[in-house]
Design a protein around this ligand. Structure first.
Ligand SMILES: *Cc1c(COP(=O)(O)O)cnc(C)c1O
Length: 583
């Protein structure tokens, strides 16, 4: 124990550590210098250090449009696996500068989300307001476990929840929101809410009833994570087929399943409507699902099944339900308007859901992780999910989510990102960003349509991606696609051309990694899809190989433009020619 004489050997009268203090205290002094300062008006080391790190990261960006589409000077992986794990904690402290340079180095070679050449998937460039806002809580460490440790920072979760509830047509003061670890976390929250409502005993006794979770064939695979981790079991997922043209849940099949389950006395835990998917842009008909669910209530003693909307991907289309399509104030093209209108209409019944999942890190252009689980009836959710009292925490504010959240300590970074994004972009900013992507996508479609050796495979849907096939020189692309897609007799062609798409996709990826230039410009980072759809002749999916592989562009970046899309076509054709040489 430190005696008062010991104190004098370590600290001076002002509390400064003395030069001849023991080694532990010297370390503490060093840390003192690198930790953020308690008082303002000093050197403000944190912002200097931060600015330095951001400048170092900035140095990794390409020098201009003729440079490459990855960060840093080489796309090579700088470690070997699993040897990379063979490492010990250093015995001695390191300098902050050294550690930060090591951290910055890890970004070397990474695909660059802010490059106009990046268009491989739902991988949005976070907006600066959301980046800065989500960094702030890292400094003062608000903990949204309860009021005492977050205080007014809570507002980000409460207000963004209110804004979202308004967006979906709910009474905002009666709704609730909780930010969690991803779209899959929202799914888990939905399932837990549903289990608690339908099988209230499951909270104490565990899940002992094989209730069913009904999802569409287009639903996200995280249905497995959620049913597995809750202990309901993955076998209790019932996949309802989708209509092959619209990709929406087949209502007749849903009704038949509901009828069958009710007649057998098996409870439905929840029905999940998938509202927007990454490639097929599939939406389920929420209003019809609600009607059927009400028509076939669970038998006693089970509670009412939950209707969850997995809108993590499609939520922001709802902003177009606030667009004046007649006067078109933002001046979108007629084709873009048609697509927005279609997507907005598909969101229309979402107010009928009990809960909705929202990813800001998808079509909200925010950093990972900023996912919001939004529920319509806060009184119900927060009451049935409540866990006892917490003797060592004291309620000092009206908002204490610790009683029903999955997490214990919870960062404010996600809710700050969501809040800042909604405030910064507003309804019109979101409309402009989404609409701008559609305009670029439509331009890309028009380029593919002009190419005789190419065919568009998702011409009917209204999402952001262009999925297309490229054929050998001299092929009538559209005719070839029509045949191999519709006629089983062309199965061998379909499979051979699937291999061609995969080879072109791989070639493009390798060229991107090498920074290979075509016409003096670097190869873009695009993608290919092996599972977007079954061939029309294989609608029931019985032939596992009867899939349509496609090349894929996903121009989510606000810097994507027609010039870049022209270049994509040039590169894809060059990659095809290169691949054909070795066949
Ligand atoms: C991306 C996605 C998920 C999973 O979300 P994460 O944020 O990656 O955890 C779930 N559902 C749909 C429809 C998705 O697109």
């Amino acid at each position: 124990m430190a005696t008062s004489s010991h104190r004098n050997e370590i600290w001076d009268a002002d509390g400064k550590i003395l030069g001849n203090a023991p080694q532990w205290a010297k370390y503490r002094k060093q840390l003192d210098e690198d930790f953020q300062e308690p008082y303002r008006g000093g050197t403000d080391k944190l912002s200097q250090q931060m600015a330095k790190a951001v400048r170092m990261i900035d140095e990794l960006r390409p020098t201009g449009p003729d440079d490459k589409a990855f960060l840093g000077d080489s796309s090579a992986l700088t470690y070997s696996y699993p040897d990379v794990k063979d490492v010990k904690i250093p015995q001695k402290p390191s300098s902050l500068d050294d550690v930060i340079s090591e951290c910055v180095k890890m970004f070397n070679g990474m695909p660059d989300v802010s490059s106009p050449l990046t268009m491989s998937n739902v991988w949005p460039q976070p907006n600066n307001a959301s980046i800065i806002a989500s960094m702030l809580p890292l400094i003062f460490a608000p903990n949204i476990i309860e009021g005492e440790y977050a205080w007014n920072v809570h507002k980000a979760e409460l207000e963004s929840g209110g804004m979202l509830a308004n967006l979906f047509g709910w009474e905002p003061t009666k709704a609730g929101a909780i930010y969690t670890y991803g779209g899959s976390g929202c799914w888990l929250y939905g399932l837990k809410y549903a289990l608690t409502r339908v099988l209230p005993d499951s909270r104490d006794k565990g899940v002992r009833t094989d209730g069913k979770v009904l999802v569409s064939g287009q639903s996200h695979y995280c249905r497995q994570n959620a049913t597995d981790w809750t202990g309901l079991g993955m076998d209790n997922v019932v996949v309802i087929p989708t209509d092959p043209d619209s990709n929406t849940m087949d209502l007749a099949a849903l009704e038949a399943t509901l009828k069958d389950l009710t007649s057998k006395g098996i409870p439905v835990i929840e029905v999940v409507c998938t509202m927007g998917t990454t490639d097929a842009n599939a939406f389920d008909p929420v209003a019809d699902v609600r009607r059927l669910l009400d028509q076939y209530p669970n038998p006693a003693p089970y509670g009412k099944a939950l209707l969850y909307c997995d809108a993590v991907c499609g939520w922001s289309w709802q902003t177009f339900n606030f667009y004046d399509f007649d006067n078109n104030p933002l001046g979108f093209s007629p084709d873009a308007l048609r697509m927005m209108k279609k997507n907005a209409e598909k969101m229309n019944g979402i107010h009928l859901a009990d809960a909705v999942g929202i990813d800001f890190h998808k079509f909200g252009f925010s950093p990972y992780i900023s996912s919001c689980f939004l529920y319509k009836d806060a009184a119900e959710f927060e009451n049935i999910m409540r866990r006892g009292s917490y003797a060592y925490l004291q309620e000092v504010t009206p908002y204490n989510p610790m009683y029903y959240s999955l997490e214990v300590s919870r960062s404010a970074a996600g809710s700050m990102a969501g809040y800042a994004t909604l405030k910064y972009l507003g309804i019109e900013g979101l409309q402009a960003v989404l609409g701008g992507i559609l305009e670029v996508k439509l331009y890309m479609d028009s380029l593919v349509e002009k190419q005789p050796e190419m065919a568009i495979c998702n011409g009917e849907d209204s999402g952001f991606t262009t999925l297309f096939r490229v054929y050998p020189k001299g092929t009538d692309g559209r005719e070839q696609y029509r045949l191999e897609n519709n006629d089983r007799a062309y199965r061998a062609d379909l499979l051979a051309n699937n291999r061609l798409q995969a080879a072109i996709g791989e070639k493009m990826f390798n060229w991107f990694l090498q920074g290979k230039k075509i016409n003096g410009k670097p190869t873009p980072h695009i993608s290919y899809s092996t599972g977007f759809s079954t061939a029309a002749w294989n609608a029931d999916g019985k032939d596992p190989e009867g899939m349509v592989y496609t090349i894929k562009t996903y121009p989510m970046n606000v810097y994507n433009n027609p010039e870049v899309m022209d270049h994509v076509i040039t590169c894809v054709l060059a990659a095809r020619d290169e691949v054909m040489k070795s066949l």
